[in-house]
Design a protein around this ligand. Structure first.
Ligand SMILES: C=CC1=C(C)c2cc3[nH]c(cc4nc(cc5[nH]c(cc1n2)c(C)c5CCC(=O)O)C(CCC(=O)O)=C4C)c(C)c3C=C
Ligand code: FE2
Ligand code: FE2
Length: 363
């Protein structure tokens, strides 16, 4: 086994902290040819598809990769922006703003980058970049508030696979979840209240989370419970009664049962029941993306209106809201405790050199 070449080591150089935001990833373009490699990487992940490898290989390569890229590309084309995929654009903005806020508070030198679990910038390439900049401690923040093995754990797997190629491995901290943090809940509640102040209130609020297969709940994945808890806390923060909101799950893939109730069924039932206005929000997504802008804001709207509903509103994700970036800053600061010093590292280094000289040591 040969390891990656280490960046040149310099005595006396100040090590930095690396902060690595990880999001899911997105295709490079809204075309079938760009969707194919993205979907291949995504759907080859055993944390995402938990069926025997050999069987899945035939289904994926024989059926899915011949049909889905074109269909998905058509959906992406409807939400694509001049700057690119909304997921990437939003993640980039969050990283930039968070860097600014952390710069105001952190006395220890740091580097903040974002990476994508699938596609680019890859976790491999960004971790190499952090090591080259002398980061000897790295904090990993997945941009998923609720823990799921198929989202959070696979991001960690990829980080550890990258580290396994290094000789001088940095210290690592991972943030598992923040689904019940008051600042995250408050940012969501505030965004919804602001929306309601401008657009009036709905009859029902639908909170839609990304789904996962039902068996993952039975096998011990806490994702379902964490989504339910986020939903309950958000409803409490908004002062909603139980009959004024629904927690449901979207994006079902394949024929197996996924977490229920399915968002599409909920919207259809609400429409059929004569509910006049439904507002939807996706608290599990910190950035707007295909799943929110196309599946909910477009497809969900059609489902509800076709079933007899009259008015459908989609409330955007947290994206680059100031209260959310501040919450991210606080999540990072809390998780850096013990790694950061209250005085600038340069000053601490100088003080320890002075002490050492006073004690007669050669530096
Ligand atoms: C096939 C199984 C899938 C599981 C399990 C899954 C879990 C999961 N996904 C997210 C977040 C996102 N998923 C997104 C897109 C997306 N998801 C799947 C499949 C599974 N996801 C597919 C095939 C796709 C690609 C689009 C498509 O062809 O339908 C996205 C959006 C990406 C974008 O570019 O905008 C996000 C975000 C979570 C949080 C999660 C587990 C909880
Ligand atoms: Fe997904
Ligand atoms: Fe979807």
């Amino acid at each position: 086994m040969s390891y990656l070449k280490e960046p040149p080591f310099q005595h006396g150089s100040l090590p930095k902290i690396g902060i690595l935001l990880v999001n899911l990833g997105t295709p490079e373009a809204a075309t079938a040819s760009a969707l194919r490699p993205y979907l291949k990487e995504f759907l080859s992940d055993p944390r995402v598809i938990e069926i025997p490898k050999a069987i899945w290989w035939f289904i994926l390569n024989g059926i899915i990769l011949n049909t889905r890229p074109k269909k998905s590309a058509e959906k992406y084309a409807q939400i694509w922006t001049k700057e690119g995929s909304p997921l990437k654009v939003n993640t980039e903005k969050q990283a930039k703003l968070l860097k600014g806020y952390l710069g105001d508070q952190l006395k220890t030198p740091f580097v903040l980058e974002y990476a994508m679990r699938y596609g680019n910038p890859s976790i491999d390439s960004v971790l190499s970049k952090l090591r080259e900049q002398n980061c000897d401690r790295i904090l990993v923040l997945p941009l998923y508030p609720q823990y799921a093995a198929s989202a959070t754990a696979t991001a960690f797997d990829k980080v550890f696979q990258s580290l396994a190629k290094m000789r001088n491995v940095p210290a690592i901290r991972t943030i598992k979840h923040y689904h019940d943090r008051p600042d995250y809940i408050q940012a969501l509640a505030q965004s919804i209240n602001e929306y309601w102040m401008q657009n009036g209130r709905p009859d029902k609020l639908v909170m839609s989370f990304h789904g996962v297969p039902r068996f993952s709940l039975d096998k011990g994945d806490p994702y379902h419970c964490e989504c339910q808890k986020t939903g309950r806390l958000l409803a409490e923060a908004l002062g909603l009664k139980e009959n004024q909101y629904h927690v449901c799950f979207q994006s079902r893939f394949g024929r197996t049962e996924w977490l229920k109730p399915y968002t599409t069924n909920t919207l259809e039932e609400l429409g059929k029941a004569g509910t006049k206005r439904v507002d939807t929000v996706c608290p599990g997504f910190t950035s707007d993306c295909l799943e929110t802008l196309e599946e909910i804001a477009m497809e969900g709207k059609t489902t509800f209106l076709n079933a007899g509903g009259k008015e459908f509103h989609y409330i955007p994700c947290l994206n680059s809201r100031d209260d959310w970036i501040k919450a991210m800053r606080d999540i990072v600061m809390e998780n850096l405790q013990g790694w950061i010093s209250p005085v600038p590292d340069e000053a601490a280094l100088q003080a320890s050199k002075t002490r050492a000289i006073a004690l007669g040591a050669k530096t």
